[in-house]
Design a protein around this ligand. Structure first.
Ligand code: F6R
Length: 603
């Protein structure tokens, strides 16, 4: 997602920051900025778009000599990608950069505004710098002011703060978002990822959650969450940048599968509250007068839409249809203005989805997009947008974008269900509880990955794969099959399990591989009998289930069997890892499969 770089030392600070941020470009961003304190004086620059824009803006600025500097690349999650919303955020005499989300920023902002503080941006981050300055005004020493500030924050953060109140000093804190301190003699670097400092420093300390402190030339003071001092024990920095960009994983896709647990936490942050689901990005009354929903998307995003339709109809009791955008465009659909038109898109640039949206708008429909890229064409064209907060997705085969799209649709279902009064309060509590447990269902356990790796060698041939499931697990079967064919080039189909006997079962023999999604919480007995029918025809079966299934040739046991969506997410991870391990064994480039592009901007 966003990137952070910091530096304390005598070198030209602008170029250190810009070069460091350049190394973090691969993480995606839509604006950037930096601030320098040198000779007791603060300067800052911000620009929307690529780093080249920031370089141009700061072309005449130099900053050699003792001082400190902080820089940031921003991927918009709260507020549009504008210069005002770009980091660093400023107070009267301090600047802050921040990765993560401050969950309680609204009450903090109200409190500060009541004390006369004026906010410039729409971000959650800005509260940090104002809180800090209020504490200074109350008479606290700068470090005590910083300590008191982070004590008020809830949510996830990696923070760097500089201030005229403490020249040549960087205050830092980490909770839930990555941050490291790298050393080169007296010079001190900070970064959200080691790629930014490889080649500049030799050793680094990777902060743990709850740690904070301050640094000035030749000195780093680190504190544990219980406020006790802690020694800075550094380890050598890796030397391979490409490997560091992938956080040590073999492929971006692998990294993104592992990241799902974290990004889903970002997706729900500040939206899943004790009393229900809130989308502050949606205008008041946005759903008034809406009688039905049409979801429109392509590929993986379409599969997320299919999943959402099951949820929306079942829980929010609102009629919902799902359309493939390229079909929708030419079918001369009947559109009624009391239908909400929902597009789903990772990139926000998919040509068919964009054109379908324009068509719906021409017909007078209200539009909402569920998208990963703010300011993309689809976001700009839509009446409202809910950002999925997955961060940039580099692997062509979508993984974490899908997970976050499904999560947003689940949250939207609950939000609408509450508004429409279709849900008992006990159900709402149960759903919220399950949502909060989703990050753990998405965690990849080493043992599971190893098992899938070992199993994958048996699935490199055959005349085809059938992924089968029922209900919510039918779209997941479609998605599992799509993942496999995209990167392994093996033929795979997703099917509703109950449909097999209406034709496809004719293909069943020992060389037909069936991946059976058998959740405990949703129609277990039904899917079981469908799989038994296939087994009776000698199909090779890999069952994914929390229940032991004797007729399976291979079996992957899942653990989260307390809620259908937790089963969904856990099984999703299994299918993603299976596709990836098969593709790796077949020697394919998992991140850039043949014939595919990440963003399909042509019809
Ligand atoms: C598959 C995949 C594609 C996209 C589709 C729509 O792994 O990524 O099927 O889902 O091209 O793209 P977006 O979501 O960007 O509109």
């Amino acid at each position: 997602m966003c990137g952070i770089v910091g530096y304390i030392g005598p070198k030209e600070k602008k170029s250190i920051l810009l070069d460091g941020l350049q190394e973090l470009e691969y993480r995606g961003y839509d604006s950037a900025g930096f601030a320098v304190i040198s000779g007791g004086k603060l300067s800052h620059f911000k620009a929307v778009g690529k780093l080249a824009n920031l370089r141009k803006k700061a072309a005449d600025f130099t900053s050699e000599g003792p001082g400190a500097a902080i820089g940031h690349t921003r991927w918009a999650t709260h507020g549009k990608p504008t210069e005002l919303n770009a980091h660093p955020h400023m107070g009267a005499f301090s600047y802050v950069v921040h990765n993560g989300i401050i969950e309680n920023y609204r009450p903090l902002k109200e409190e500060l505004e009541a004390q006369g503080v004026r906010f410039l941006s729409q971000t959650d981050t800005e509260v940090i710098v104002h809180l800090f300055e209020q504490k200074i005004r109350e008479g606290l020493e700068p470090f005590e002011a910083f300590r008191a500030t982070i004590g008020r924050l809830e949510g996830a953060y990696a923070i760097l703060l500089i201030s005229e109140a403490a020249p040549e000093t960087i205050f830092f804190a980490k909770n839930g978002s990555p941050l490291l301190i790298a050393l080169d003699g007296e010079e001190i670097y900070f970064a959200s990822s080691d790629t930014a400092v490889i080649g500049k420093a030799q050793e680094a300390y990777y902060l743990e959650d709850g740690e904070y402190g301050y640094a000035r030339p030749g000195e780093v003071r680190l504190y544990r969450p219980d406020d006790e001092p802690k020694a800075l024990t550094t380890i050598p920095l890796p030397s391979d940048k490409a490997m560091a960009q992938k956080d040590g994983y073999r492929f971006f896709m692998e990294k993104e599968i592992y990241e799902q647990s974290t990004v889903i936490g970002d997706t729900i942050l500040g939206r899943v509250l004790d009393e229900g689901i809130e989308f502050e990005e949606l205008p008041d009354g946005f759903f008034d007068g809406i009688a039905s929903i049409t979801i429109c998307a392509c590929g993986t995003s379409y599969h997320a839409g299919l999943t959402g339709a099951y949820l929306l109809e079942r829980m929010a009791r609102i009629p919902c249809r799902v359309e493939i955008a390229s079909e929708f465009r030419y079918k001369e659909p009947l559109l009624s203005p009391d239908t909400l038109f929902v597009t789903i898109s990772q990139s926000g640039e998919t040509a068919d989805t964009l054109e379908a949206l324009k068509m719906a708008k021409r017909a007078g429909l209200r539009s909402l997009t569920i998208c990963n890229v703010d300011n993309s064409s689809i976001v700009r064209e839509s009446d409202a947008a809910i950002l999925t907060r997955a961060g940039i997705e580099k692997g062509v085969a979508s993984t974490k974008a899908f997970a976050t799209q499904v999560m947003v649709l689940w949250m939207l279902t609950l939000h609408l269900g509450q508004k429409r009064g279709t849900l008992e309060s006990a159900t709402i509590r149960r759903e919220i509880d399950a949502m909060r447990r989703s990050p753990s269902a998405l965690l990849v356990e080493e043992k599971l990955h190893e098992r899938i790796h070992r199993l994958s060698k048996r699935y490199l041939h055959g005349h085809g794969f059938f992924f089968i499931g029922r209900d919510l697990f039918f779209p997941l079967a479609l998605e599992g099959a799509l993942k496999l064919k995209e990167i392994s080039y093996l033929h795979a189909e997703g099917y509703p399990a109950g449909e097999m006997k209406h034709g496809p079962i004719a293909l069943a023999d020992a060389e037909l591989f069936t991946i059976a999604l058998m959740p405990r919480t949703l129609l277990y007995d039904k899917i079981k009998s469908n799989v038994e029918e296939l087994s009776a025809r000698d199909a090779t079966i890999l069952a994914i289930s929390p229940e032991e299934f004797e007729l399976a040739d291979d079996f992957i046991r899942t653990k989260h069997a307390e809620h259908p969506m937790l089963e969904f997410f856990e099984m999703m991870v299994v299918t993603q890892l299976l596709a990836m391990e098969i593709a790796i064994r077949l020697g394919n480039d998992v991140d850039m499969p043949r014939n595919l592009a990440k963003s399909v901007t042509v019809e």
